[in-house]
Design a protein around this ligand. Sequence first.
Ligand SMILES: Cc1cc2nc3c(=O)[nH]c(=O)nc-3n(C[C@H](O)[C@H](O)[C@H](O)COP(=O)(O)OP(=O)(O)OC[C@H]3O[C@@H](n4cnc5c(N)ncnc54)[C@H](O)[C@@H]3O)c2cc1C
Length: 431
Amino acid sequence: VSGRELYDVAGIGAGPFNLSLAALLHPYPSIRSAFFDRAPEFRWHAGMLLRDATVQVSFLKDLVTPVDPTSRFSFLNYLRCEKRFYRFLTAGFDFVPRLEFDHYYRWVAARLPSVHFGLGVREVSCDGSQFIITTARGECAARNVVLGTGLAPAVPTCALPHLGAHVFHSSRYLARPHRFAGLRVAVVGGGQSGAEIVRDLLDHPSGRPAELSWISHSLSFLPLDDSPFANEWFLPAYAGHFATLSDTRRRALLREQHLASNGISLHLLQEIYRRLYTLEVLEDGRRACALLPLNRLETITRSGETFELGLVDADRNERRCVAADVVILCTGFRYTFPECLIPLRFDIAWSEDGFQVRDDYSIVWNGPEACRIFVQNAAHVARGIADPNLSLMAWRSARILNAIAGRSVYDIDGEDAAITWPAEQALEEQR
Ligand SMILES: Cc1cc2nc3c(=O)[nH]c(=O)nc-3n(C[C@H](O)[C@H](O)[C@H](O)COP(=O)(O)OP(=O)(O)OC[C@H]3O[C@@H](n4cnc5c(N)ncnc54)[C@H](O)[C@@H]3O)c2cc1C
């Protein structure tokens, strides 16, 4: 980044979502773009890059294929260029290892000259006709900004005072080598991350914890709903329909659809169940893991080196206490207002639901019309269940790119779906 270079697009953050946009922009150099990421290099959620973790969507839902299967940045082209196409196919993965997608994303990032790592964006301001992006290496200007800064760990309030080496969020699980052997470990959260960590702890290289508790406020440890009609919620048509609904209806739907995004991969549940059977019935004959569904974490108190977790049982409304040396919070993520946007804070429409997001993923703000801010992964309540998911990644990037170009660079309209949602039907009738 030199001087005050002017870009058509400045991307803030280069996680998978903005990487997808950068890859789709690559064949169109007349749209000048630069993407900045503060991380020294691309790693896909490094703190949770467990050896056995798998991607929860088809590998065809890569950075580009859903909108441009001929792109050189497709997963299949990565396999071909890395000379492991046949080996990958022969391995016959039912679910692709997350490590493989991490490698693929890094392979793409390394081939995109527009993507700069080790360059955090400190500030975005607007001088009345363009955005000024400030990084550690100076300033550049841009007509459009695309935010792809990801989500922040959601930590229960009662855990905040205790965060540190012994109480930490799942996103830091692999951040430092940890010895769990002989310790009492509590895993809080009954979603995919909780399950992956419990699975890992049951055969941890440092030895198994002396006591392991898996706590969830859900009814039980429940599977991801990956069934065909639930998958229709991850199609472009549904995102469009969802956006037309009232606030109350959208919130209610997100609650009802919870398991289609936050459930645990069925194969992982089976693996945990079988491992517990082997350990508890055939090997040790003692509890390897105390499973505590229907328990809400209310308090954490510290006494010496021990953390006392105060839980409330939803069936009987009874309180119980679990003592732990290590507490791992698998309590999810949430969107927070990006710090670098603070200079524009009072010009941006922001509520507890986040930004006000238009159809083309630009947000409502008081700035000049020609200066647009687009968002990736920041419209969960507005656009629905697919927003944080990889399914619509390429489609949404193409939608943003088309809006920036002011023409249909990628033809993304009219994708077929099995269900015709009412908003689509209304559109068809108008045509
Ligand atoms: C462990 C895990 C596994 C997941 N697995 C799946 C899956 O299998 N299938 C699925 O559909 N979804 C999955 N998801 C959900 C989602 O697809 C991922 O979270 C995805 O990484 C989101 O991409 P992103 O680009 O929005 O954010 P991130 O991947 O979080 O990337 C954001 C980037 O922004 C950078 N950044 C932040 N602030 C700044 C700044 N001021 N300046 C410069 N850079 C900045 C960060 O360094 C980071 O690199 C998973 C999520 C997690 C946490």
